[in-house]
Design a binder for this molecule. Structure first.
Ligand SMILES: C[S@@+](CC[C@H](N)C(=O)[O-])C[C@H]1O[C@@H](n2cnc3c(N)ncnc32)[C@H](O)[C@@H]1O
Length: 271
């Protein structure tokens, strides 16, 4: 297996300036495994033959080796819209005495679920309500970083100054999230392509908001269908699905999922 990984990395080196020496072998292994699943090849050996005969796969593998990138309030317009949605849902949930349930699927190092937690914390004084935020990823290394909640300036560019002061502790070039925000988010390992439909610690689906952003773009259409079906099933009626900028709802859901505003990637499940 090591020999095949070496051969694959040699191919990448010929195609790009990046040699991936800085990446951990476990991470490279996991990412190649992900591409093996995404391409439907059986193992390292058949994947190596596949990559040789499909030059575009080199680019996809390179992207997948660097796809852990995330940032707070990525795509600010969508976060402005989801902020209004959260406000409206919190009011309803408070009246119904039920928790608001949010799932960030493919959360990387936590910027996305923590952005949601900050919005919730800001609204909490207006409409106190129980909130549960689950965040999952297939990569244990990024999940560990997420739990620590320490970030560099790169991922904080969209955070408003007031929020930065209120929710982060500054340590020279790093920013540590306040425990009050970290405690709102429950992180765990979950593969969205496994046969378990929702993260096991969340017990049942019944989510009011599901975010799955910049995850599906790395998969072929067969796997995108599988993922979207699960995301759809995990949502309550009237729940919201938030996708990445380059992702869209599949044709089969266009009748039952309505885009909430032009240019946004937020869809409401109507039935
Ligand atoms: C580019 S990051 C997106 C992070 C965040 N959602 C955002 O948009 O800023 C993609 C993440 O999806 C995760 N991922 C890829 N395939 C997955 C799968 N099958 N199940 C769960 N997570 C997956 C990767 O490990 C990576 O952390």
């Amino acid at each position: 297996m090591k020999e095949n990984i070496g051969k694959i990395l040699n191919l990448l080196r010929q195609e790009s300036d990046y040699d991936f020496l800085g990446c951990s072998p476990e991470m490279i292994n996991r990412r190649i495994e992900m591409r093996i699943t995404a391409t439907g090849t059986a193992n390292m050996e058949t994947y190596y033959s596949y990559i040789e005969s499909h030059p575009e796969e080199c680019e996809l593998l390179m992207q997948s080796l660097t796809i852990k990138v995330s940032s707070f309030f990525r795509n600010p317009l969508d976060f402005e819209i989801i902020n209004r949605v959260i406000g409206y849902l919190m009011q309803n949930k408070a009246e119904q005495k039920e928790p608001l349930r949010i799932w960030s699927a493919g959360c990387a190092s936590g910027e996305e679920p923590y952005s949601m937690a900050i919005l919730v914390a800001e609204l909490m004084s207006l409409t106190p309500c129980a909130v549960e935020i689950f965040a999952t990823d297939i990569d244990s290394e990024v999940l560990e970083r997420a739990r620590q909640g320490i970030y560099k300036t790169d991922s904080l560019k969209e955070v408003k100054y007031g929020l930065l002061n209120k929710y982060f502790i500054t340590h020279e070039d790093r920013f540590e999230l306040q425990p009050s925000i970290r405690e709102i988010v429950n992180f765990s390992f979950h593969d969205q392509l496994s046969n378990i439909k929702v993260p096991s610690m969340s017990i049942y689906g019944n989510f009011d908001i599901v975010l799955c952003r910049n995850v599906m773009i790395y998969y072929n259409s067969r796997y995108q269908v599988k993922m979207q079906q699960r995301l759809y099933d995990s949502l309550n009626l009237g729940g919201y699905l938030m996708l990445g900028e380059a992702e869209s709802i599949l044709e089969r859901y266009q009748g039952s999922m309505k885009q909430v505003a032009p240019l946004s990637k937020i869809y409401r499940k109507n039935g």
